[in-house]
Design a protein around this ligand. Structure first.
Ligand code: 5GP
Length: 124
């Protein structure tokens, strides 16, 4: 598994080196608006721990961190009134997944009908 890069953009956000538009924070989790939103609601939820991907987080994260993370995703979705109409969570991973920032994050997207999961040209 790729080792964690302390210079990735989300590490800089966590250190306070780069500003962010925070929507949620607790001991284990930070969530902020995506700088380039793809939907009316586009929030990035990240663990504060140094995990490269969902695979890394799921394998190496503590039970407390994992519980806190998914509780936060649910809490933010509820705070934004997303569950009734529906929403999407995405965790891009590695090269095939199109992951640009190598710190585990979940995209929380909603506020409109989001269409098919993949563009037709990208489907299998
Ligand atoms: P990925 O492709 O890794 O799943 O998604 C990375 C996301 O991070 C992209 O949606 C991109 O717009 C967002 N992003 C990149 N740099 C910044 C930044 O400096 N601030 C914020 N808020 N989002 C960023």
């Amino acid at each position: 598994m790729t080792s964690y890069d302390d210079n990735n953009i989300f590490a800089k956000i966590l250190r306070g080196d780069i500003p962010n538009d925070t929507v949620y924070e607790d001991d284990h989790v930070l969530a902020f608006n995506d700088i380039s939103p793809q939907a009316p609601v586009h929030i990035l939820v990240i663990p504060k721990g140094k995990y490269v991907s969902v695979a890394d987080f799921g394998a190496q994260g503590s039970a407390e961190e994992i519980a806190a993370f998914w509780r936060a995703v649910a809490q933010i979705a509820a705070d934004k009134d997303l569950p009734s109409a529906g929403f999407r969570t995405i965790a891009n991973t590695g090269i095939n997944g199109g992951q640009e920032v190598p710190h585990f994050h979940v995209h929380l997207l909603g506020g409109k009908k989001l269409g098919p999961m993949l563009a037709r040209s990208e489907a299998a």
